[in-house]
Every structure is written in structure tokens, then in C-alpha cells.
Ligand binder design. Structure first.
Ligand code: UDX
Length: 472
């Protein structure tokens, strides 16, 4: 079967989470026939009804479009889905073990399902974030568990010509939550790790319609590119957060520093937004998995250990800033704008905002919380309680009677707030902006005491605060 005949081959996506579902619908939008399978029957039921199990801009529209077009078929029967597909994308979760190591149990479980259902040539593509050499384990596992498959030779080499006919490839995704579809259709690059010309041709054909640079390499290199990318972006954030702390000491403006260094194309302005640090499902765990992988191979990646330590200290840095702004925290009513780990998502996994909320509760504060999307998820962690936690229907209600307003997530809608109305609703108009979302001068002119990250001592000129925003 030549590679071109794969141009209309059925694609199977295993795992319909933040990676799998946008990928499935993106490929359907490119004209491919896609089966999406997930062991979680409840999630598949929701998806069949046109409801993604999480908030992602534009995803529900694309889901209903391709349920209608018939190009996307959700399935619970993973075995049947594997048999029906020729290109199998593995998009299952790779959570973290206490050691920081990536937990690949779900990936292995999928490999065994594939092994039992190899009804003809299949290209198995890793899209989950996995440590280097995972593709080798995938291949070995599929051969071992494939009925009637011969035993492997030394080093896992497939010795017998009648070995099962499949390839394993790596194709890490770089989708950002909140921008998943935009990133799928407009990627900076596509990275593929392959071990055969057939796999190379199939993936080249698959992504040709996106018209972006294609980095074609071996599987271990491709796997490492993903970890290295996330580790480097985390490093940029921790770097600018250290600069931010220094700016406060010397009276400089971190947003101007970020602009000044970011205009150097060798540095780039993106991911130099100082604040309360990075969170989410990816950066924290991928960094730890990368550190663990390095350690296992005798490489002391101390740089990344420091990146993580800097990030963990952001909670303390921010709570200290609130204390410096309002003195005692106990018994104070604080309005909190933003719970999600970043704007554009309802995801609260490893959200720094939640760690700050826990610290403020430990200090005895009373919290009025608001987030456009993440309150249902947050209520799983911090149930509404009469005396200390109130979930509010709007940002204005969160400000009502507050002695300070804390900005923890960079939702654009907060920039549209009528600051005078917010001020009048508050008991004391103090704002502590953990995301440098607002322009200091604008907020102060509206009658607030305003505190932010890495700018408080500065005579900041009100230039654009964040990369690409005009909130100034
Ligand atoms: C990240 C990677 O960007 C993406 O390529 C990969 O596929 C998955 O992991 P995501 O987790 O969705 O995506 O979030 P991202 O937009 O990268 O932000 C990560 C965290 O860093 C968020 O908490 C965000 O608030 C924070 N951040 C980001 C900063 O603190 N400063 C910045 O300048 C940028």
C-alpha cells in the first residue's frame, strides 16, 4: 500500500482530551475521516451530543460541524476504532509520578490494544507528551503482544520477516489551551520522528495542507524536542520573573525590560510576561519529566530545577505583595479576578491562582471569587462556604465590599471593566495585579492604589503592558 493511498485512510485518535479532540476535529476539517475513541464512556456520550468535556474556544462549533459532516465519529469501543483506522494517534494522558517521571501506563495500555488489533499495516503516532525512547518501548510492546508475533531478537530487533506490519512515529503537539484550534491550523512548525520512508511520506502527506515548516527527524529527537520546547518556555518565564523581582528593588519597569530585550529577534518578546508564574497540565509536569529523564541519564539539569524553584516561589512573592499592600490578611475581604491557570480555558490544573487562594485562606482571608469559565472546576477544589468563599456571578460582584481586588488570570474581559464602578463597589479601592494586565496610570487615575509585578517602583510610562495587548 503506497503512502499516497493513505491520503484518504481513516485516522483513529485514541484519547479525546485537550490534545486528542482538537487534533481529531482539526484533521476532520482538513477533509480526513476520523474516529475518536476514549475509554471514558461518559466523555464520549457528551461528545456525541456535541459537548466537549472542557472549554476551548471554537471547539464545540467544529464538533457539531463534523458530527454532522460525518467526518468525525466518536467511539467507545477502542478495539474496533483501532481496527477501523490505518493511522492511529495516541493522545492519552501522561500524568506525573511522585518522582516527576512521566507515567506512561496509559500509553502502554494503548500499545497492547493496538497489538491485538493489527489487521493490516498501521502507522502508530505518539502525540501525547512522552520522554525520549518511548517510541522504542511502543514498538517492542506491540511486537510482544501481537498474537502469533515472533519473539524479538537482541535489543528488541524484529528478526522474523513475518513480523507485524506497522510503524511507530512521534509527532508531538504544541497546541496551547485556549488557542488549540488556532495553533492546529497555524502551527509554527510540525515535528515528526520517523523510522521508515513510508511513515515519513504518510505524515508529510497528512500535514501538507497546513503548509508550515516540517521538522522530520528520528523518534527520540522528536520526543526530546517537545520536552525541550516546554522547558525552554518555562525558563523564559522564570527568567523574566526574576528580572521582575529585581526591577522592584531598583525601581525599573519589567514590562519595558521585556520589550527592550524581546525586540531582539534572538530573544523574542513572547513568554516574557512577568507575573505569578506558570501553571497548567503541561509546563510543570513536562519540566519535571525532563529533569527526571536527564537525571536517569546522568545529566544534572540543575538549570531546570532552579526554573521550577523560582516558579514555586511566585505564590509567596505575590502573597507578600498583597500583605505589603493591605497589611493584615486575616478577616479581610478580597475580590479575586481569575481562577484558570491562564486566560481562554476552564482548566485549573496546577493553576498558581489556586495555590494563592489556599495561602490566603490559610491566612484567614475571606474570598469573593470570579472567573468567566473556571468556577465549576474550582468549586471541586474549594467548595463554596458561607463564611469564607463566595463564587460571584461577575467581576463587579467579586469587587463588592472588597478591601482589595486581586488579578490572578489575564482574561481580556477584565480590561473592559468600568473601573469607576468597581471602585465604588469596593470598601477600599486597592488592586494587586498579578498579571500586569492593567496599565498602572489608568488604574491610579481611576482612584485606586495599584500594585503589580516588577513595576511598582517604576515611573512606568503606560506603554503596552503585555505582549500583544493594548490594555495600557
Ligand atoms: C503549553 C505550551 O505553550 C504548548 O505549546 C504545549 O503544547 C502545551 O503547554 P499551555 O499549557 O496551554 O501550553 O499554556 P501556555 O500558554 O504555554 O501558558 C503556560 C503558563 O505560563 C500559563 O500559566 C501562563 O499564564 C504562563 N505564562 C505564559 C506566563 O506566566 N508568562 C508568559 O509570558 C506566558
Amino acid at each position: 500500500m503506497s503512502a499516497t493511498s493513505f491520503d484518504d485512510a481513516t485516522i483513529t485518535i485514541l484519547g479525546l482530551g485537550h490534545i486528542g479532540l482538537p487534533t481529531a476535529l482539526g484533521l476532520a476539517e482538513l477533509g480526513r475521516h476520523v474516529i475518536g475513541a476514549d475509554a471514558d464512556a461518559g466523555k464520549v456520550e457528551l461528545i456525541r451530543d456535541g459537548k466537549p468535556a472542557f472549554y476551548e474556544p471554537g471547539l464545540d462549533d467544529l464538533l457539531s460541524k463534523h458530527l454532522q459532516s460525518g467526518r468525525f465519529r466518536p467511539a467507545v469501543d477502542v478495539e474496533e476504532a483501532v481496527r477501523a483506522g490505518s493511522i492511529i494517534f495516541i493522545c492519552v494522558g501522561t500524568p506525573q509520578k511522585p518522582s516527576g517521571e512521566a507515567d506512561l501506563a496509559q500509553v502502554e495500555a494503548v500499545a497492547r490494544v493496538v497489538a491485538r488489533n493489527l489487521n493490516g499495516y498501521k502507522l502508530i503516532v505518539e502525540k501525547s507528551t512522552v520522554p525520549a525512547i518511548t517510541a522504542q518501548w511502543l514498538k517492542r510492546t506491540i511486537v510482544r503482544y501481537c498474537p502469533g508475533s515472533p519473539s524479538l531478537g537482541a535489543g528488541g530487533a524484529m528478526t522474523d520477516p513475518i513480523s507485524p506490519d506497522f510503524d511507530v512515529a512521534s509527532n508531538p503537539e504544541f497546541l496551547r489551551e485556549g488557542k488549540a484550534l488556532e495553533d492546529f491550523f497555524h502551527p509554527d512548525r510540525i515535528v515528526c520522528g520517523v523510522e521508515s520512508d513510508r511513515a515519513r511520506e504518510i505524515l508529510t502527506g497528512l500535514y501538507r495542507p497546513l503548509g508550515c515548516p516540517l521538522v522530520m527527524t528520528d523518534t527520540s529527537t522528536s520526543e526530546l524536542i517537545k520536552h525541550a520546547a516546554n522547558a525552554f518556555l518555562s525558563t523564559k518565564i522564570s527568567f523574566i520573573n526574576m528580572v521582575s523581582d529585581l526591577c522592584e528593588k531598583v525601581g525599573a519597569d519589567v514590562t519595558a525590560v521585556a520589550r527592550g530585550i524581546g525586540l531582539d529577534a534572538r530573544i523574542g518578546r513572547q513568554f516574557l510576561d512577568a507575573g505569578i508564574g506558570y501553571g497548567g497540565y503541561c509546563f510543570p509536569k513536562d519540566l519535571r519529566a525532563f529533569i527526571y529523564l536527564a537525571g536517569e541519564n546522568g545529566v544534572d539539569f540543575s538549570l531546570l530545577q532552579e526554573v521550577e524553584r523560582i516558579n514555586q516561589r511566585r505564590v509567596e512573592v505575590f502573597v507578600r505583595k498583597v500583605r505589603q499592600a493591605i497589611w493584615n490578611l486575616a478577616g479581610k475581604t478580597l475580590g479575586v479576578l481569575g481562577l484558570a491557570f491562564k486566560a481562554g480555558t476552564d482548566d485549573i490544573r496546577e493553576a498558581v491562582s489556586l495555590k494563592i487562594i489556599q495561602a490566603l485562606l490559610d491566612e484567614g482571608s475571606i474570598l469573593r471569587l470570579y472567573d468567566p469559565q473556571a468556577m465549576p472546576n474550582t468549586q471541586q477544589v474549594f467548595p463554596a462556604s458561607t463564611e469564607r468563599i463566595t463564587y460571584c456571578p461577575s467581576a463587579y460582584e467579586a469587587a463588592r465590599g472588597a478591601q482589595a481586588l486581586l488579578v490572578l488570570t489575564e482574561w481580556e474581559e477584565f480590561c473592559q471593566l468600568d473601573l469607576a464602578k468597581v471602585r465604588d463597589l469596593m470598601e477600599v479601592p486597592i488592586m494587586v495585579d498579578g498579571r500586569n494586565l492593567f496599565n498602572p496610570a489608568t488604574v491610579r487615575q481611576a482612584g485606586f492604589e495599584y500594585f503589580s509585578m516588577g513595576r511598582d517602583g517604576a515611573g512606568s510610562s503606560g506603554l503596552a503592558a503585555r505582549s500583544g495587548t493594548t490594555a495600557a
